[in-house]
Design a protein around this ligand. Structure first.
Ligand code: NAD
Ligand code: MG
Length: 383
């Protein structure tokens, strides 16, 4: 029996993780559930799964959650700091980081220090502080098991090959809702258009990131840290059907790909059950439904965010932290219709040029860089 803490249990990944756990009550137990603001769903999940503790980070919702769970033996906490406490509970075996954005970094660091294995959906953690987090994981003997479908694919392809040198990897990208469009066509796209992803149903932030290809840029940086690769060893290939989830090419030129229907429950289940594979009732892939799998070059002229992310990775230091913070600000602004789709890359690029850059950084430096970038980016959005 594995006891699991889910950070961000009310989101897209969090609710799908609970679907997986619901289907395997003999293998997984929920120890901790957390949410930012969706108190009603958190309460319903807590009543169903009876965790040891829940956290509602929005403190204005604390009383409501506390009262609703008063007749249950469930501890209720509130505030961001509580996330750092609950991940350390003795009975937690695995922490699924399914919250969105920079907020995932600090609780993940606390979980690793407490020697908890991590099922990592929150890619922003590795984008912001990949060197620090991977070093800490190594020192504490902690596994970081990827949940992101591309990285889960690479991870699955590497099983039994851990010591064989990788020549390169190909991260596949669906291309998002605006694949094939040029900059003129993107100038006036709306929030509603950007939120319509062709293959995946996900939270709002990652859906916008997928439309702008920033998601793929963040994934390139995530892959650099998960698999210890140089930027030139990571390639992106657009594959609109999202059936091949990613590919590893070894030193002998042999390539391994992992494939399946686009359904996040599979990589979530793999990460929860790792190193075992367990049964599932998910629909199976049929070749006859997909007579053509196709591949295209990613368009980094139209989708500049992908080029900016590669540039940040090459510069290293705090640059990926800068693009992450700038991106979080502009995506929020785009969702509130305060910035245009193409305007997002302009703000990110300006932040890369103007925010204080440090070639090597510790935790406090990342915290300060994140703060400085947000202030600068917010000013630019308002201007
Ligand atoms: P979501 O917006 O659907 O859910 C986010 C969850 O985090 C919610 O439970 C919310 O209450 C909580 N949360 C939000 N802000 C918070 C904060 N400041 N502090 C604490 N909790 C907070 O997001 P999602 O689509 O499930 O994505 C979660 C993470 O997984 C992201 O990092 C995303 O990039 C990654 N991911 C998602 C998918 C997907 O299919 N959704 C695929 C790959 C990777
Ligand atoms: Mg992905």
């Amino acid at each position: 029996m594995k006891n699991i803490a889910i950070l961000g249990s009310t989101g897209s990944i969090g609710t799908q993780a609970l679907d997986v756990i619901r289907a395997h009550p003999d293998k997984f137990r929920v120890e901790v559930l957390t949410a930012n603001g969706n108190a009603d769903l958190l309460i319903a999940q807590a009543i169903e799964f009876q965790p040891n503790a829940v956290v509602i980070t929005d403190e204005s919702k604390y009383i409501a959650v506390k009262e609703a769970l008063a007749s249950h033996p469930i501890k209720v906490f509130s505030g961001a700091q509580a996330l750092c406490e609950v991940v350390q509970f003795e009975d937690v075996h695995l922490v699924l980081t399914a919250l969105v954005g920079y907020a995932g970094l600090n609780p993940t660091i606390h979980a690793i220090r407490a020697k908890k294995h991590i099922a990592l959906a929150n890619k922003e953690t590795l984008v912001v502080a990949g060197d620090l987090v991977t070093k800490l994981a190594e020192e504490n003997g902690v596994h970081i098991i990827p949940v992101d479908s591309e990285h889960s694919a690479i991870f699955q392809c590497l099983a039994g090959e851990w010591h064989n040198p990788i020549e390169k990897i190909y991260l596949t990208a669906s291309g998002g809702p605006f694949r094939g469009k040029d900059r003129a066509a993107l100038a006036g796209v709306t929030r509603a258009q950007a939120l319509k992803h062709p293959n995946w149903s996900m939270g709002a932030k990652i859906t916008i990131d997928s439309a702008s290809l920033m998601n793929k840029g963040l994934e390139v940086i995530e892959a650099r840290w998960l698999f210890d690769l140089e930027p030139d060893q990571i390639d992106v290939i657009v594959h609109p059907q999202s059936v091949i989830h990613s590919i590893v090419q070894f030193t002998d030129g042999s390539m391994k790909a992992q494939m399946g229907l686009p359904d996040m429950k599979l990589p979530i289940q793999y990460a929860l059950a790792y190193p075992q594979r367990i049964g599932s009732a998910f629909p199976r892939f049929s070749f006859l439904d997909y007579p053509n799998l196709s591949f295209e070059q990613a368009d980094t002229v139209t989708f500049r965010n992908l080029a900016l992310a590669y540039e940040a990775l090459r510069q290293g230091g705090t640059m990926p932290c800068i693009i992450n913070a700038a991106n979080e600000v502009v995506v929020q602004a785009f969702l509130e219709e305060r910035i245009s789709f193409l305007g997002m890359s302009d703000v990110i690029e300006a932040c890369m040029q103007k925010v204080t850059f440090m070639k090597s950084a510790g935790y406090e430096d990342y915290v300060n860089t994140d703060k400085e970038t947000r202030i600068f980016a917010r000013d630019l959005v308002q201007a």
